[in-house]
Design a protein. Sequence first.
Length: 145
Amino acid sequence: MDEFMQAAIEEAKKGLSEGGIPIGSVLVIDGKIVGAGHNRRVQRGSAILHAEMDCLESAGRLKAADYLRATLYSTLSPCDMCSGTALLYKIPRIVVGENKTFQGPEDYLRSRGVQLEILESQECIQLMRQFIAARPELWNEDIGV
């Protein structure tokens, strides 16, 4: 597991320890983490604070040219909202820990030119499976079911 996905996993574990959903994300530009976050919908009472949104918010305002050099790492396949945000800022590459417990619009991202890499991390899969089994109602709320 590379250091950037490991950082995203640490963010996911942070979210779980706070009583939230264990999904983490980091934004990397030129080999350096410039933003990190985790799903904070529960902790902040937010409708939109998925891990990727929290990560991008923590990175602050960046120039368009910065996003063009970025890679977004997420422990879970990004949903429609987070995928749309990546498309809006033209982030060219997304590295996903796993897409077995949830799969966002991956084909659409690819059709829009995003390079998508799925790692099939057993650690990411296990983290989500355990959470979904323990808190199915919270998970369903997070994905809009």
